[in-house]
Design a protein around this ligand. Sequence first.
Ligand SMILES: Nc1ncnc2c1ncn2[C@@H]1O[C@H](COP(=O)(O)OP(=O)(O)OP(=O)(O)O)[C@@H](O)[C@H]1O
Ligand SMILES: [Mg+2]
Length: 261
Amino acid sequence: MPETNQVKIEAEGVRKIYNEGLTNEVDAIADVTLKIRDGEFVALLGPSGCGKSTFLYMVGGFEQVTAGSLTLDHKPIKGPGSNRGIVFQEYVLFPWRTVFNNIAYGLHLRNESKQQIDEKVSRLVTMIGLEGFEEQYPHSLSGGMQQRVAIARAMAYDPDVLLMDEPFGALDAQTRSLMIQDLARVHRETAKTTLFVTHSVEEAILLSDRVFLFSARPSRIKKIFDIDLPYPRSVTDDAFIDIQKLVLNELSEEVGNDIDH
Ligand SMILES: Nc1ncnc2c1ncn2[C@@H]1O[C@H](COP(=O)(O)OP(=O)(O)OP(=O)(O)O)[C@@H](O)[C@H]1O
Ligand SMILES: [Mg+2]
């Protein structure tokens, strides 16, 4: 549960149109209004193409809002910054850098001392359970290991906010379940505000304080679910199954409304 009730991220009437006025114009987000509290773990769920990644990238500062206001710590988001760490939908490690140097990338950019970098990277390597792999290159790691390195790299800056776009989408079921446990633990330890985009209702309920369900494109927030279940959460608990049914029902209604289908 969030440690404070302070609003960290606030969207008011956010709208996003790509290529406005051109023949390839896409009305991605119609109107998103939401508040995310400091320390909260929030999942964004919704049909494919409804604008979940778009919303995440606007919070990351990589895309601009077309209309409305989007703030972080009550200040308009104008571009990317080291207060936000992002894990993209595809793994994007630098193939020519070792695990150590992938994680250290942002710290080098910030000109931190070698000692500081060594300390921070070794703490993160322990956190993701990859001790002994520091000098390996990404191609020699499994998908799950690469994704853990991507998460560590996003956290190296010690950002206030973690943005994760389907980080476990490409993993096998067993690795995914281990990663979910890891992420839940890391979140309990660090209490970072986290926006987690997923297609998996199960992942959303295992990890989140709240689930925001986006409608089909152009999207609005269709429903917000409070996930008031104790940790560790189990997919076989009755309370888990009940809320999962509720979310799945709403989601399948929306997937049916998807104008692309
Ligand atoms: N850079 C871009 N230029 C033009 N259109 C874009 C761009 N990025 C996304 N879109 C369009 O905006 C809409 C929302 O895309 P977005 O990637 O945000 O959806 P999503 O909810 O993340 O989908 P998925 O679940 O499949 O990842 C889609 O119709 C997509 O084609
Ligand atoms: Mg996406």
